[in-house]
Design a protein around this ligand. Structure first.
Ligand code: HEM
Length: 481
């Protein structure tokens, strides 16, 4: 219909958008004024639940261009030849704030990427840090409870945070990064991104490699001090969105260089450390960065809700040539995300334009919420096996078999390796000014935390390096006086 009149969701002309229909000039209103009811009902349904974590975010469209050949490691179509460009969508986020929260907070940043490859969507859902706070998914909900609001006071609770961290020594590495200068990036363009977990790749000979993904910002890593961040938050809660959106609008497209670190499959059994522990990095000397390509963000979304709020990323979305690893956290995440989307967005969330692959998808899923396209016709498309040429499985795309060993039981994840050496190595990279800011960042955030909890955390700093503990102790004393 070429006219320019408002229509109801059923297509009928919208009779009055200024005045409700009432019985007499002074009312009351008529229940039959269904157009008023439709309008009010739609307003009631304008929100979907915000993400339980990473609720505040910014998204942009872009491309990944392959600049170096890695086909000896992977048969993934996205990396099939130098020069290949793949469309993608990326959502940055802060973890703890609600969807209206401030972006210049000290917090980890999320970097979720969806690559629309010829073999389906590959989602790499990482952070701006190469490690994480916990190494067993059963601890993730506990950890997040300490980052969100206290159930009684509805306030953030430094006591809960430091209690949990001081009782979870595996968190020290991520905590050290968070309280360093990297803890408040000056916007999303000015930070690196990581897949964080160990993933796998396999080539067309069926040889598997363990892989870590690194995206180095070409804009340079830049940060806010606590004081600068407080001044920013006093002016705007949306500094990161303003910066990213503004840069892309004026054609200043941010770029990251993609590198991988690679370990041969069999080597994982020989190395002294657990290569599947997300609280650890791999030495760059032993596993040098291999350049792969360039990620560029070059188009802002047309509609924030449709493209950013409804974008749904999941580590379970892999494609032939790229797979998971035995990392326990990654295994937990393979479940958690698609489950979150079915609840938060709806059963057929992957049919939405932002989430769906760029080619028609056939499968035997049937009805349910949001079943709005590709209706089933009846023959050969709603059960399998069938005699009507319905779509069939593709076993040749199975990843190479993975050898596993060991008894199934509850292994103590806290007995798995040294929690102090890598945070100490990071600490030793800081110059004196960086160390002073580091101490103050801890001390500032520990205000009001019971002394026995602070002492327990100081004990971890001490084990990493006595100078670190001493520096924080002194900063705490300075704040008292
Ligand atoms: C077992 C551990 C974890 C669990 C159970 C978990 C679970 C979740 C859930 C339920 C969401 C909200 C999803 C949504 O509603 O759209 C989420 C978001 C997110 N998580 Fe995790 N997470 C875990 C660990 C991690 C780790 C280790 C990273 C990074 C390396 C990470 C990065 C992200 C990012 C970037 C988002 C936001 C995605 C977006 O922009 O839509 N998470 N996580």
């Amino acid at each position: 219909m070429a006219d320019n009149i408002i229509r109801t969701t059923a297509g009928a002309p919208w009779v009055s958008n200024e005045d409700s229909k009432s019985a007499g000039k002074r009312g009351p209103l008529l229940l039959e004024n269904y157009q008023l009811i439709e309008k009010l009902a739609h307003q009631n349904r304008e929100r979907i639940p915000e993400r339980t974590v990473h609720a505040k975010g910014s998204g942009a469209h872009g491309t990944l261009t392959v600049t170096h050949d890695i086909t000896k490691y992977t048969k993934a179509s996205i990396f099939s030849k130098v020069g290949k460009k793949t469309d993608m969508f990326l959502r940055f986020s802060v973890v703890a704030p609600e969807s209206g929260g401030a972006e210049a907070e000290r917090d980890v940043r999320g970097v979720a990427m969806k690559f629309y490859t010829e073999d389906g969507n590959w989602d790499l859902v990482g952070n701006n840090t190469p490690v994480f706070f916990v190494r067993d998914p059963i601890k993730f909900p506990d950890f997040i409870h300490t980052q969100k609001r206290h159930p009684k006071t509805h306030l953030h609770s430094p006591t809960a945070k430091w209690d949990f961290w001081s009782l979870s020594p595996e968190s020290l590495h991520q905590v050290a990064i968070l309280y360093s200068d990297r803890g408040i990036p000056r916007g999303y363009r000015h930070m690196d991104a990581f897949g964080s977990h160990t993933f796998s790749m396999w080539n067309d000979k069926g040889e598997r490699y363990w892989v870590k993904f690194h995206f180095k910002t070409q804009q340079g890593n830049e940060f806010f001090t606590n004081e600068e961040a407080a001044a920013v938050i006093a002016q705007t809660r949306d500094n990161a969105q303003e910066d990213l959106y503004g840069a892309i609008e004026k054609g200043d497209f941010p770029r990251w260089t993609l590198y991988i670190q690679v370990m041969e499959e069999a080597e994982a059994e020989r190395v002294s450390f657990n290569p599947f522990d997300v609280t650890k990095v791999w030495s760059h000397k032993d596993y040098p960065l291999i350049e792969v390509g360039v990620l560029e963000l070059n188009r802002n979304p047309e509609n924030y809700f449709a493209e950013v709020e409804q974008s749904s990323f999941s580590p379970s979305n892999i494609v032939p040539g790229i797979g998971y690893s035995p990392d326990k956290m990654l295994q937990g995440r393979v479940f958690a995300y698609a489950d979150a989307h079915r609840y938060r967005v709806g059963t057929h969330y992957e049919m939405l334009p932002i989430n769906r692959p760029k080619f028609p998808v056939k499968n035997y899923h049937l009805d349910g919420q949001m079943r709005f396209d590709e209706p089933k016709n009846g023959d050969g498309d709603f059960y399998e096996p069938n005699s009507f040429d319905g779509p069939v499985q593709d076993l040749k795309e199975a990843e190479p078999p993975l050898r596993v060993s060991g008894d199934a039981t509850y292994y103590d994840h806290r007995s798995d390796g040294d929690d102090y050496a890598q945070p100490a190595a990071l600490f030793h990279l800081f110059n004196e000014e960086q160390k002073q800011r580091f101490y103050k960042n801890f001390a500032g955030d520990m205000q009001g935390v019971p002394q026995h909890i602070i002492d327990r955390q100081l004990g971890h700093f001490e084990k990493a390096d006595p100078e670190w503990a001493e520096g924080v102790r002194k900063a705490l004393n300075d704040m008292k006086s």
